[in-house]
Write a protein that binds this ligand. Structure first.
Ligand SMILES: Cc1ncc(COP(=O)(O)O)c(C=O)c1O
Length: 490
């Protein structure tokens, strides 16, 4: 705490005035504890007697009060009401209502608000079908805390100093090894960049490739947070239709000025199509011809249910035009804020430099714990268990909808991931608001798919996550939803 000692007079008088000013300005709030006389004397290089004398004067004048052995406190009522504290650094002029900002900030402010994913859950929901959230309660917390404690005990100077911009090397190796085996990604550890969630990976990609006005092909509908990153970077967005198999590659825009195509081929977000091999190869041909990039967001590929998952497009790429993004948000927990970007070698130095400018590197300690978690086998064991549990929950969703709503709904995107889209046949999109409100009144959390569209759909579509609910809760929740749908229009 800064206490001014300026002006004339003896030191105890100068200190008294400095402390009084701090109290009047509210820097020491009414009722708060003043620093101890010993620590203040040490910090200001004064004798303790000087400080004791200044404190005594504050107490005498009613600015402070001693409380036995627990220290000296700022009085709750100051001696002169006119001297009531004004906020520290009180303004003499109202702040400018619309200060001039960068074009980037203006574009960000003009974006539609983000959907529910970043907001805290609404209180009082009995069944919350919030999408995108894994079963965090089933995360193996005991194992994780054991690894945290072990790393904390052995923390070395290397953990404490700045780390590598690209990430903690053993973690990069563990990730490269995992995606090679699990996703068919062809990469060395040197191509892996540890990022603070895929959101940062998307931002890095935008900084790397997008100049204002650059053309970006994007799925329609698409993951809103990706679309917004590219829009914020000033890209001109070219929506490409999506069908039950994912992006319709034949409709990709042609021309050398299309910088990239953002795709979610394992489980199109939000509609859930799995991109067939033929389209994957066509997409790579497109990138090669256009001199563009494929940004492959593989956000929930750990959760597949029928047969084996299709391998990542990155593994099929022979021309180095795919930037692969993975996250731990859906398999571990989203607040971990760790993900990875796997890039062709020639662009790794630029990405490392961008990452370094942005935040130096991801926190080392968490990366160390995660590296242990993966290399000691806990990660894949957890993925296998989570997949089995999610498979049962998915089955409960499908059974319940079939039984309770039958032909009234059409379900898409159920073959992978931890969400599905449920279209309410014959229910116009205009009913969505009412439906969500009525559901919330009954303790049911449901979400619209519409924010992920540039051109909102005509029918009511729900984007429902199920990983956080038990099978019982899913059945009860869908029953409640069926009842709420029944009341629509009444
Ligand atoms: C398509 C898609 N990509 C990425 C993510 C994960 O983002 P992050 O890694 O920043 O938590 C999500 C989460 O909802 C998503 O739906």
């Amino acid at each position: 705490m800064l206490v001014r000692l300026d002006g004339n007079g003896r030191l105890n008088q100068r200190l008294y005035r400095g402390l009084r000013a701090a109290i009047r300005e509210g820097r020491f709030a009414p009722g708060s504890r003043l620093p101890s006389t010993r620590s203040l004397a040490r910090d200001l290089g004064l004798s303790r007697n000087v400080v004791l004398t200044a404190f005594a004067q504050l107490v005498d004048e009613g600015y402070a009060e001693g409380r036995g052995g627990s220290g000296t406190f700022v009085s709750s009522t100051l001696p002169d009401p006119l001297l009531a504290p004004s906020p520290y650094g009180a303004r003499t002029k109202a702040p400018e209502a619309h200060p001039r900002l960068s074009a980037h900030a203006d574009r960000v402010l003009a974006l539609a608000p983000l959907p529910a994913v970043g907001r805290p859950p609404r209180a009082g929901l009995r069944y919350d079908f919030r999408y995108g959230v894994p079963a965090v309660a089933e995360f193996p917390q005991q194992i994780w805390s054991r690894l945290v404690a072990r790393r904390a005990r052995r923390m070395s100077i290397n953990t404490l100093r700045y780390g590598r911009a690209l990430g903690f090397s053993p973690l990069c190796e563990a990730i490269a090894d995992y995606v090679r085996r699990a996703r068919g990604v062809a990469a060395t550890a040197e191509q892996v960049i540890i990022v603070n969630g895929s959101q940062q990976a998307l931002d890095l990609v935008a900084r790397l490739l997008i100049d204002r006005g650059a053309r970006v092909a994007i799925e329609e509908p698409a993951y809103l947070s990706a679309r917004q990153v590219f829009a914020a970077a000033g890209a001109s967005l070219l929506p490409v239709p999506v069908d039950e198999h994912g992006i319709d590659v034949s409709q990709l825009p042609h021309g050398k000025d299309v910088r990239l195509a953002y795709v979610t081929p394992s489980h199109q977000f939000p509609l859930g199509g799995v991109l067939p091999l033929g389209r994957r190869l066509e997409l790579l041909r497109w990138a090669d011809e256009a001199g563009g990039w494929v940004v492959e967001d593989d956000y929930d590929s750990e959760f597949w249910y029928d047969g084996r998952p299709v391998e990542a497009i990155q593994g099929l790429d022979s021309t180095g035009r795919v930037i692969y993004i993975g996250t731990l948000s859906k398999v571990l927990f989203p607040s971990l804020r760790l993900g990875y970007l796997i890039a062709p070698e020639p662009i790794v130095p630029a990405l490392a430099a961008l990452k370094f400018l942005m935040d130096r590197h991801a926190p080392t300690f968490e990366q160390e714990v995660l590296a242990d978690f993966i290399t000691e086998g806990h990660f894949e064991r957890h993925v296998r268990r989570a997949r089995a549990r999610n498979a049962s929950r998915r089955a409960a969703m499908l059974d319940s909808f079939r039984e309770l709503l039958g032909d009234r709904v059409e379900i898409v995107g159920e073959n992978a991931g931890i969400h599905m889209v449920v279209w309410l046949r014959g229910t116009p999109a205009a009913c969505m608001h009412d439906l969500i409100a009525r559901a919330a009144d009954r303790g049911l959390g449901i979400y619209s798919v519409a924010p992920h569209y540039l051109e909102p759909p005509a029918t009511t579509g729900l984007l429902l996550g199920y990983a956080c609910l038990t099978e019982r809760e899913i059945r009860d929740g869908v029953r409640l939803l069926a009842e709420v749908i029944e009341t629509l229009g009444k």
